[in-house]
Design a protein around this ligand. Structure first.
Ligand code: ADP
Length: 479
């Protein structure tokens, strides 16, 4: 059953129960009120009736008198005189029209009596014939005889029946009106919910950009709408994130395969060369072997880099040892000087700067930055490396006076496999993973890496890392 049908049914049922209770109560209160009034009339009529029976007035006279003075005694009053044994000695009916034959059945045990001056409580009794009930009052005369006075309850019953009819008709009409109004109102009130379910259908069909209305804190439906919209925004966001990350992964895999294909193709080419006869020429053989080795090394490095990036992506925990950044960077500078002795390369690192982290990975950061400064600048270009502390942070800067990076390219240099176009043609071109690894390692250490153009030319790569310090008990803490 729909919510609307249930609301309408409940409203109509409740109203029906309420009206029925009110109707039943009115019915019984009216009945008892009319019976009380009849009892008063019965008491009022009892004396004239008793007097008439005792004085032996001719019935006809009495009846005629009644007919001539309507209102003196109400129509249908019945009186009877009973002897000590309870037998009817005489009776009289103030017959007005059709009530002529209606007589009450006298109960066997007439109610206890209070004598002439007092009347017993009236009781209800049936008619001898017909369905009319009577209210009956018994008066003891003191000499054993009893006078009985009765009045028909017919008018009371008629009035009650009429009330019942009116109540029934009014109840039906009111229920009908309430039903129609409830239907109209629920349709009006439930319309926002219907609209919401239409929107929800559209969303279920894949259109996550839809939003439900109303989104309004003042109403219950509006609050529901607000909650749904917030949930939708989160789902949409998560969905976009997932799509983006899937796209990144696809690109990463495609790029990685592409990068790996080049050395693999080269190795196969050299192997082929060897098979075709280079084996017989020692010089060629040495050359082929050297090239195969070089390509193998390039492939190995690429695989290592990919593995490291994958590990960092998985959030694998790094070492958390106290590391003196100055020492690590000094070693990297030494290594670079050994590789390229003619390169002007200076290091400014006045004091130890302790950070918490993985010294091998931090060394890789320094190596990559210094290697980039060497590889992507002409041989005579100066490279300056600085290590220090600033605002409670450890800072490493690798600055070169080379050609610099165009702003459009600079925005992408930290992306995986991104190389500035011209460097592809260079002999020394890497896979474009160097800076991506630097960023991943630095971020895994809770630090940041930025690139900016040098003051005149060249590039400035700046790494900041949270500084680890020894507190009083000698334990290392992160500043
Ligand atoms: P690669 O393996 O090519 O060095 P990186 O991720 O380390 O990849 O660097 C991405 C690109 O940024 C390089 O292709 C290079 O063109 C550019 N780049 C990096 N460092 C410098 C630098 N110091 N000067 C000029 N260009 C640089």
């Amino acid at each position: 059953m729909t919510l609307r049908a249930r609301i309408v049914l409940t409203t109509v049922s409740l109203a029906g129960v309420g009206l029925a209770i009110a109707g039943v109560a009115t019915y019984y209160f009216l009945g008892s009120f009319l019976t009380n009034r009849l009892d008063e009339q019965l008491e009022g009529a009892s004396r004239p009736v008793a007097a008439a029976l005792l004085t032996g007035v001719q019935h006809e006279q009495l009846e005629t008198a009644q007919a001539e003075e309507p209102g003196h005694l109400p129509g249908g009053v019945y009186g009877a005189l009973l002897d000590a044994k309870g037998r009817v000695v005489d009776d009289v009916s103030f017959n007005l029209g059709e009530q002529a034959r209606a007589r009450p059945r006298l109960p066997g045990d007439l109610p206890s009596v209070r004598g002439v001056s007092g009347a017993a409580d009236p009781v209800t009794t049936d008619a001898v014939a017909g369905s009319t009930s009577f209210r009956l009052l018994a008066l003891a005369l003191g000499d054993g005889r009893t006078v009985v006075v009765a009045m028909p309850l017919r008018d009371v019953a008629t009035t009650q029946r009429r009330l019942l009819l009116i109540e029934g008709a009014v109840t039906a009409l009111v229920l009908l009106a309430i039903g129609v109004a409830a239907m109209w109102l629920t349709r009006l009130e439930l319309r926002p919910l219907e609209r919401m379910s239409e929107t929800a259908d559209a969303i279920a069909d894949g259109d996550l950009s839809q939003r439900v209305v109303p989104d309004d804190k003042r109403t219950e439906v509006g609050r529901l709408g607000g909650a749904l919209n917030r949930m939708l925004a989160q789902i949409e966001h998560a969905f976009e994130e997932r799509m983006a990350s899937e796209e990144r992964l696809r690109r990463f895999v495609a790029d990685a395969s592409h990068e790996l294909r080049t050395p693999v193709t080269s190795i196969r080419g050299f192997a082929e060369l060897f098979r075709r006869g280079a084996a017989d020429r020692p010089d060629d053989l040495a050359n082929v072997m050297w090239r195969i080795e070089k390509e193998g090394a390039r492939m190995g490095q690429l695989v290592d880099e990919l593995l490291l990036l994958a590990r960092l992506d998985q959030g694998l925990p790094l070492e958390q040892d106290p590391v003196d950044l100055r020492e690590v960077v000094a070693a990297a500078v030494e290594a670079a000087r050994a590789t390229e002795p003619d390169r002007p390369l200076d290091l400014v690192a006045p004091a130890p700067v302790v950070v918490r982290g993985d010294d091998l990975r931090l060394r890789q950061v320094a190596d990559n930055l210094i290697a980039n400064a060497r590889i992507h600048t002409p041989a005579a270009t100066a490279v300056h490396v600085r290590v220090g502390a600033e605002n409670g942070q450890a800072v490493l800067e690798v600055v070169d006076d080379g050609p610099g990076i165009a702003p459009a390219a600079a925005a992408r240099i930290f992306e995986r496999f991104y190389r500035v176009e011209q460097s592809r043609s260079r002999r020394v071109a890497g896979a474009g993973l160097g800076l991506a690894i630097v960023r991943s390692v630095v971020e895994a250490h809770g630090g940041t890496i930025t690139h900016r153009a040098g003051e005149q030319r060249g590039s400035v790569f700046r790494v900041t890392l949270p500084r680890g310090e020894h507190d009083d008990d000698g334990k290392l803490t992160l500043a």
